[in-house]
Each structure stands twice: as structure tokens, then as C-alpha cells.
Design a binder for this molecule. Structure first.
Ligand SMILES: CC(C)(COP(=O)(O)OP(=O)(O)OC[C@H]1O[C@@H](n2cnc3c(N)ncnc32)[C@H](O)[C@@H]1OP(=O)(O)O)[C@@H](O)C(=O)NCCC(=O)NCCS
Length: 197
């Protein structure tokens, strides 16, 4: 399996020229965010509100099994409320990953959202298109999210996954997850970011 470290080199994408007479509109995908090189020839950037259509296309290309593994429910696509939640300016950070040569095609979504019960924690969610799985991308994106959470001063990164999701469990172990709790088919764990275990 090829593994590349997540570099933080930045290429600032084209900025949209502002037209003061134009009606307000959502920024199109990928035009204002820095690009982070990620494995499998991809680049990753922060999501913008206007990315929802491309994210729905990602959901459409993912297998039912992958979507079920992400949401632990039979979810076909996101609602507007989901997307507002994932792109909330203070409570969430979402990254989108595309092939470097096909920036409009989203192949992975990484979400870090404020934990409902613990304001010092952020919850990690990953969804990778099936053809891009098992090549180190999930590991790299999880590391990217972890380093962002640390940078924000977050104390815990939490994650929930199905108990038989071997890839996600492996990623969490690699990140140093602890506090494992199993309830039925769901496994919860957290990574302590202050260095304690
Ligand atoms: C889970 C997911 C994020 C993992 O990302 P990925 O890019 O496929 O995984 P990686 O290639 O980084 O591999 C992660 C680990 O799983 C291991 N792995 C890969 N395929 C595996 C398999 N079929 N069985 C067991 N382990 C496997 C890898 O060896 C690696 O472990 P290591 O670091 O100890 O070597 C991705 O598969 C995905 O999006 N799945 C659908 C949604 C989902 O399950 N989300 C997680 C819940 S939020």
C-alpha cells in the first residue's frame, strides 16, 4: 500500500473576482481554499457552502455499504441541515478531497464537528469513495483532522464506527485512540490530544 505523509504545502487556488452588482451567491467549489497534497494523487481543501452538489455526487458514487459505514444509517445523501452542520463556521470543519487533475470530482469528505456533549471535543467522520479506499487516504485524512483539532486547542478527538469496520478501527488505533466502548455494533473511542491516555 502506498503511504504518503500529509504535506501542508499550499497552492492558493484562483479567487473569484467580486462583482458588487451581482446577487450574493455561494462560493463555487474549491476556488478559495488552499490545496493540501494527499495520497493517491489527490489534493484536499476546506469545503465551501457551494460544494453541496459535488458532495451529493460523492454520496451517489459511494456504495451503500460505505455510506452505511459512515453514517451508521441508510443515508443516500446529505440534507441541507446536514451540510449547514458540517460547514458551520465555528462548530465544524469539513475538508473535501479530489484527484489533482479533476478538481470538480470529490472523492472523499472529512468532517470534524463539535461534540454534542463535550465542548472540548471534536468528532471525526470520514467518507471515501470506494475506488479510493485502502490506499492510505483515510489514514492521511484522519491525521490531517487530528492535527487541525490539536491546532484548535481541542482536548479530545472522538469517533464512532461499526464494530466490524476494520479500516476505521485500524486508523483510530494508529492515532492512539483509547477509551474504547462497545455498545451493540457500535464502537466509540477517543484520542486525547493533551498527551495523556
Ligand atoms: C474507513 C475509511 C475512512 C478508511 O480509509 P481507507 O483510505 O480506506 O483506509 P487506509 O488505506 O488508510 O487503511 C487504514 C487501515 O486499514 C487497514 N486495512 C485496509 N484494508 C483493510 C481490510 N480490508 N481489512 C482490514 N484492514 C484493512 C490498512 O492496512 C490500514 O491499517 P494500518 O495503518 O495498520 O496498515 C474508508 O474506507 C471509508 O471511507 N469507508 C467508508 C466510510 C467509513 O467507514 N467511515 C468510517 C466511519 S466515520
Amino acid at each position: 500500500m502506498s503511504r504518503q505523509p500529509v504535506a501542508t504545502g499550499t497552492t492558493v487556488a484562483q479567487t473569484i473576482a467580486a462583482d458588487p452588482l451581482a446577487p450574493p451567491r455561494l462560493p463555487p467549489a474549491g476556488r478559495e481554499a488552499a490545496l493540501i497534497p494527499t495520497p493517491v494523487g489527490t489534493v484536499t481543501r476546506r469545503a465551501a457552502a457551494g460544494d453541496l452538489d459535488a458532495v451529493q455526487d460523492l454520496h451517489g458514487r459511494c456504495s451503500i455499504a460505505s455510506r452505511a459505514a459512515r453514517y451508521m444509517a441508510g443515508k443516500r445523501e446529505l440534507t441541507w441541515a446536514d451540510w449547514r452542520h458540517f460547514t458551520h463556521p465555528t462548530k465544524a470543519t469539513t475538508w473535501l478531497t479530489s484527484p489533482a487533475d479533476a478538481p470538480d470530482r470529490i472523492v472523499a469528505m472529512t468532517n470534524l464537528v463539535a461534540h454534542r456533549a463535550d465542548p472540548s471535543a471534536l468528532d471525526l467522520g470520514l467518507l471515501i469513495e470506494d475506488g479510493f479506499q485502502d490506499q492510505g487516504l483515510g489514514t492521511a485524512l484522519a491525521r490531517l483532522a487530528l492535527s487541525h483539532a490539536k491546532h484548535r486547542g481541542c482536548q479530545r478527538l472522538t469517533a464512532s464506527t461499526e464494530a466490524d469496520n476494520r479500516r476505521m478501527l485500524a486508523i483510530l488505533r494508529r492515532l492512539g485512540a483509547t477509551g474504547w466502548q462497545c455498545s451493540g455494533w457500535e464502537m466509540d473511542a477517543h484520542v486525547l490530544l493533551d498527551g495523556s491516555r
